[in-house]
Write a protein that binds this ligand. Structure first.
Ligand SMILES: CC(C)(COP(=O)(O)OP(=O)(O)OC[C@H]1O[C@@H](n2cnc3c(N)ncnc32)[C@H](O)[C@@H]1OP(=O)(O)O)[C@@H](O)C(=O)NCCC(=O)NCCS
Length: 182
C-alpha cells in the first residue's frame, strides 16, 4: 500500500502539485464512478495521524468481489515502520469498523499472511473470528455494528469499543505533503 505509492511517486512526492494529484486520486477512489481497472472496487482510505504526524492508513473497500472474498478481504492497512509496535494498527482497525458499518458492511473480511504475526494479532484483538485459509491467506470475519462488537477470545469476553491510550484521529487525505512516512 504505502510502499507501493512511495515507489510510484518517489522522489516527486515532495512536489506540492504531485502530492496534490496523489491525494486527489486517493480521494477519487472512494467514488463509484471513478474509472478503475477491471476487478477493482471503490475504497475509502483514511489516514491515522497524531497532529500533523502521519502514522498509518487504512483502506475500506466498499464491497467484496469473489477474489477479495477469497484473498484480499474488505480492509487493508499499514503503519509507518517508525511507529510500529505501539498499538496503532490495533487502534486503527478498531476505529475503522464503524466506517465499514457506515458503508453497510457487516461483518468485514480481513485477511493476512500466515506468517504475519503482527497483523493476525491486530485482527484478533479487534474480534476477528478465524474462518479458514484460502489462497495462502488467513481469513477472519469481524462484526462492525457496535452492539455486536463483543467476542469470545480465549474463553473471556473482549469488549471491542474503546480507544488507544493516546488521542489519534482519522482524517481524509489532505493536499499538504506529509513528512517522510518511514
Ligand atoms: C502489521 C502492522 C500493520 C502492525 O502494525 P503495529 O502498529 O505495529 O501493530 P500493533 O502495535 O497494534 O501490534 C499488534 C500486536 O502485534 C505485535 N507485533 C507487532 N509487530 C510485530 C512483529 N514484527 N513481530 C511480532 N509481533 C508483532 C504487537 O506486539 C502486538 O501484540 P500484543 O497485542 O500481544 O501486544 C505493521 O507491522 C505493518 O504495517 N506491516 C506492513 C503492512 C502489513 O503487513 N499490513 C497488514 C496486511 S494484512
Amino acid at each position: 500500500m504505502v510502499g507501493r505509492d512511495i515507489l510510484s511517486y518517489h522522489p516527486r512526492w515532495a512536489d506540492a502539485d504531485v502530492f496534490a494529484d496523489y491525494v486527489r486520486s486517493v480521494r477519487a477512489d472512494a467514488h463509484e464512478d471513478t474509472p478503475r481497472p477491471e476487478g477493482r472496487v471503490p475504497a475509502t482510505t483514511l489516514w491515522y495521524v497524531d497532529g500533523d504526524t502521519y502514522l498509518g492508513r487504512i483502506a475500506v473497500r466498499h464491497r467484496a468481489t469473489p477474489r477479495l472474498l477469497e484473498w484480499g478481504g474488505h480492509i487493508g492497512y499499514d503503519v509507518r515502520p517508525s511507529a510500529r509496535r505501539r498499538g496503532h494498527a490495533t487502534a486503527m482497525l478498531r476505529a475503522a469498523l464503524p466506517v465499514a458499518a457506515g458503508l453497510g458492511i457487516d461483518p468485514v473480511l480481513v485477511t493476512c499472511d500466515p506468517d504475519n504475526v503482527a497483523s493476525r494479532k491486530v485482527i484478533e484483538a479487534c474480534g476477528g473470528a478465524y474462518e479458514d485459509e484460502r489462497c495462502g491467506k488467513l481469513r477472519f470475519w469481524i462484526r462492525t455494528r457496535p452492539e455486536l462488537m463483543v467476542s469470545q477470545v480465549g474463553g473471556r469476553s473482549l469488549g471491542i469499543p474503546g480507544g488507544h491510550a493516546n488521542v489519534h484521529l482519522f482524517k481524509s487525505p489532505t493536499e499538504s505533503a506529509p513528512s517522510d512516512p518511514s
